[in-house]
Write a new protein. Structure first.
Length: 451
């Protein structure tokens, strides 16, 4: 078994980890340059490149990817004949939403009630810090026993596929025997978990037009076709009475065979208000890991404040469709677009556009890497056994890597457990989870190298 020095080193490095995460969270690295300056993302990328160089990485490079963003790459050579492991994280983050709703400023890492709050603290700047902690602990325990490649993506949250396209154009760059994606999370705090499946995703924009221009609702309302009302009818057609997703031709009755997720636990994790029911049928795990799920992400229409008494001539919405393993995301997108174009009332004109997509993913959990991770997780979380869970979110790069390197073993771990509230107001990370998962990753690299 590995020595206790790995755990001791990680514990000793936690103050440094907090200081580094504070610096990294301060970059407003949202990869939507209409909302946030490109310089913020570039600053984060350069910070990461400097951190890798300081750890002895060679061939550190800022990769200009086809979507106009940068990913950061570095290589740390291992012993002669050693295996190579690719470690992944992303430094871009979701917009903070309503900054005034945050308890503390979103881009200032703040400790409160035993957690560190800030946008990207868990998803996924904390994932990079986890990788750095693991490598530093191994250096102090005799050295890193494998060759290590690190890739830190700059546009994962946007789903624009920059790194996927770059990897396809440079297939030799990310070759590895095993790949650790640090962008998932434990089922709950303290329960070591690997994510074995990911739902894929498609994003579709739909626009409805009915009039040459807006009309006075008193003079024309009642006969003039309202584009916003038509859009609402279309969107409503995507759900059954119980809230289940209903896209014509898309299978939606699959079942999850694995870790159970009780409704009580889900209500608590999702912070469902008292008296409000869950939507859909089947188990919670069926609904969030094994079946498609549609979400209306936004609607372009007049805000309540300042609205005029008008019949709307045009309206549009952005729709996300999550698709489970076994369903092709491209085909699902076509079915969604056909559904939207079919369920249009009053002969309104409708157009749809796919603006992003990613395929679902299923890992091979019987591989040696998973056995090594189970051993490492058991050591890092005494008394606990590694669990397998699905994840409703998408990491499109997983399928690209699986296609490019079919022999590579892909594992998904990370800091995005339910209390982290990723993508929401008051995102946070548990420093205890950061500590334990860093220990687990270091022990995994030792175990994997030895087998």
């Amino acid at each position: 078994m590995p020595s206790n020095s790995v755990a001791e080193t990680v514990v000793s490095l936690m103050p440094r980890a907090k200081a580094e995460l504070t610096e990294l969270v301060a970059f407003k690295s949202v990869a939507d340059f209409e909302q946030f300056p490109r310089s913020e993302s570039e600053g984060a990328a350069n910070w990461i490149a400097d951190a890798l160089r300081a750890e002895g990485f060679t061939d550190v490079a800022l990769l200009d990817t086809p979507d106009g963003t940068q990913s950061v790459y570095g290589y740390l050579p291992g012993p002669e004949g050693a295996k190579t492991v690719l470690l992944y994280a992303h430094y871009d983050v979701q917009p903070p939403l309503d900054e005034a709703a945050w308890t503390t400023p979103p881009f200032e890492l703040t400790e409160r009630n035993g957690r560190w709050y800030g946008r990207g603290s868990a998803d996924c700047k904390g994932g990079l810090i986890m990788h750095l902690l693991a490598l530093r602990a191994l250096k102090a325990d005799g050295g890193v026993p494998v060759g290590v490649k690190v890739i830190v993506e700059g546009s994962e949250e946007q789903g624009t596929g920059g790194l996927e396209r770059y990897a396809e154009q440079h297939p030799e760059l990310l070759t590895a025997d095993a790949i650790v994606i640090g962008d998932a999370g434990n089922f709950r705090v303290g329960l070591p978990t690997v994510t074995s499946t990911l739902r894929g995703m498609t994003l579709v924009r739909v626009q409805v037009d009915t009039l040459a221009g807006n009309l006075h609702s008193g003079q024309f309302g009642g006969a003039a076709p309202d584009a916003l009302a038509a859009l609402i009818r279309i969107l409503d057609s995507l759900r059954a009475e119980d809230g289940s997703t209903t896209v014509d031709g898309l299978a939606a009755a699959e079942h999850w065979d694995g870790l159970e997720y009780t409704e009580q636990q889900f209500r608590s994790d999702a912070k469902v208000l008292d008296g409000v029911g869950l939507i859909g049928d089947g188990s919670v795990a069926d609904r969030i890991w094994a079946r498609p799920a549609v979400t209306v992400l936004g609607i372009d229409c007049p805000p309540v404040v300042g609205a005029t008494p008008s019949v709307q001539s045009s309206a549009r919405a952005l729709i996300s469709l999550r698709v489970p393993p076994g369903t092709d995301a491209t085909e699902a997108s076509k079915l969604l677009q056909a559904h939207l174009e079919t369920h249009v009332p009053w002969g309104a004109r409708v157009s749809t556009e796919q603006i992003g997509s990613g395929q679902p993913f299923r890992a091979d959990t019987t591989s040696p890497a998973y056995q090594a991770m189970a051993t490492a997780m058991a050591a890092a979380y005494p008394g606990e056994t590694m669990q397998y869970a699905g994840q409703g979110g998408s990491i499109p790069l997983c399928n690209t890597l699986a296609a490019l390197y079919p022999e590579a073993e892909i594992l998904l771990i990370g800091l995005s457990e339910p209390e982290a509230q990723i993508h929401a107001v008051d995102e946070s990370v548990s420093p205890e989870e950061l500590e334990r998962l860093s220990i687990a990753e270091a022990l995994f690299l030792q175990e994997y190298a030895a087998n």
